[in-house]
Design a binder for this molecule. Structure first.
Ligand code: SF4
Length: 404
């Protein structure tokens, strides 16, 4: 892989990050789960009782507060209900957020509204109510389709429930994604291909694939430390990853991000906003936010504990625990960290506009050339810089040497 294509340089002066009103993506976090999965380090909590109506009112209050700060009727491209387990939300609380967001912002035609759901029979029974609440894309946390793996992962749905939920979701929503976890202990390539084919034939225009890792503070971390299980080595995990791309391609799904596959046009618009370093509002406990205001990109994080979050919103109208303007260097780094995950790569002009820095002040040109020579980066004919398949598999190692 050699670098023979020169990137076009932007002729115009470097734009300021606040030069144009960025369309917004809206993330809404529901932090509660029925049980804690042993691998999970998300901000998710198990509570004996949740006052869902009160929590829903607080989400609306935080939405009003952030919309007023963001400016009148900003364009809104997507809403994403994540968690936790947002399919445990009352559908009328989902409807209230969608309706209020539509009124406060300028919604894009065909506004994408995604909700994450677990495929238990209880939650699957409420899918129609979520569709009626305005959800038009479902992301189903299938994780695995065999009983032993579901038991190991601590999921409280069966393989049969997952299949039934996929079929029901397919019939209910115009757009459907599902998640699978791979590189499970003892997982063989042939069995993984079979499992993938089964899931892909039942669904779906979008697949998110997560490699099982052992995260500090989880139950798996304790069990792994005492030798209760072993994960596949890097070579075996890479073989499973490569098999995934082949199987997804058979069903017309292409990799558009390190962990995501879609039919053309079915990419998650919401997640693309993160990877293209757009603005997003994050509501709910522990949610993060990036908002361009007065020429600055403000990075905010909310209180993580649901009770602290709720008390802060009821007192102050919002629960931002920290907020700071990012430096130009940080803006450039964040934009590169996110953008190189995408198959489409990054547009240097976009990086310059969002960071306020020349591209070469964000990316070390000597390292860029070296990584290009080694086949980890390449320039695309349209002037974008892309991490190759090999590069995308090694982004954690590559980015620290590439970025200034
Ligand atoms: S359902 Fe999802 S968010 Fe909740 S504990 Fe399991 S993996 Fe974590």
């Amino acid at each position: 892989m050699t670098g023979t294509l020169a990137p076009p340089r932007p002729a115009a002066p470097i734009a300021h990050p606040g030069a144009a009103a960025e369309p917004l993506a809206l993330y809404v976090h529901w932090p509660f789960c029925a049980a804690k999965c042993p691998y999970c380090d998300f901000n998710s909590h198990v509570r004996p009782a949740v006052d869902a109506a009160r929590h829903g009112r607080a989400l609306l209050a935080e939405l009003e507060h952030e919309a007023a700060r963001a400016g009148a009727r900003r364009p809104l491209a997507s809403i994403f209900f994540g968690g936790g387990t947002p399919s445990l939300m009352p559908p009328d609380a989902v409807a209230a957020v969608v309706d209020r967001a539509r009124a406060l912002f300028d919604p894009a035609p065909g506004l994408e509204v995604t909700l994450e759901a677990n495929p238990t029979s209880v939650e699957a029974g409420r899918l129609r109510a979520f569709r009626d609440a305005g959800v038009n894309r479902l992301s189903l946390g299938v994780q695995a389709l065999d009983a032993a793996s579901l038991g190991f992962l601590g999921r409280n749905h069966s393989a049969g429930e997952a299949v039934a939920a996929l079929e029901h979701a397919r019939a209910t929503f115009p757009r459907l994604s599902f998640d699978l976890i791979y590189a499970r202990p003892g997982q063989g390539e042939a069995a993984w291909r079979e499992e993938l084919r089964r899931a892909l034939s039942l669904a779906a225009d979008h697949l998110s694939l997560y490699q099982l890792t052992v995260e500090p503070g989880t139950r798996f971390a304790t069990e792994h430390a005492r030798g209760a299980f072993r994960l596949p080595d890097d070579e075996a995990a890479a073989a499973l990853y490569a098999a995934t791309a082949e199987e997804a391609a058979r069903f017309g799904l292409e990799p558009y991000e390190v962990s995501n596959y879609a039919r053309p046009g079915a990419e998650s618009r919401h997640n693309l906003a993160y990877w293209r370093y757009g603005d997003y509002l994050g509501l709910g406990a522990g949610a993060h936010q990036r908002l361009t205001l007065d020429g600055e990109i403000l990075a905010a994080r909310r209180h993580r504990a649901p009770e602290t979050w709720l008390a802060a919103v009821e007192r102050d109208g919002h629960a931002r625990a920290e907020e700071a303007a990012l430096t130009p260097v940080d803006r450039g780094r964040e934009a590169m960290l996110m953008g190189l995950r995408l198959t489409e790569g990054v547009d240097p002009a976009r990086i310059e506009a969002r960071s306020g820095l020349p591209f070469d002040a964000v990316v070390d040109p000597a390292m860029r050339d070296a990584l290009e020579e080694e086949g980890y980066l390449r320039w695309l004919p349209d002037g974008r810089l892309q991490a190759t398949v090999e590069g995308r598999l090694r982004l954690d190692a590559l980015l620290p040497v590439l970025l200034r």
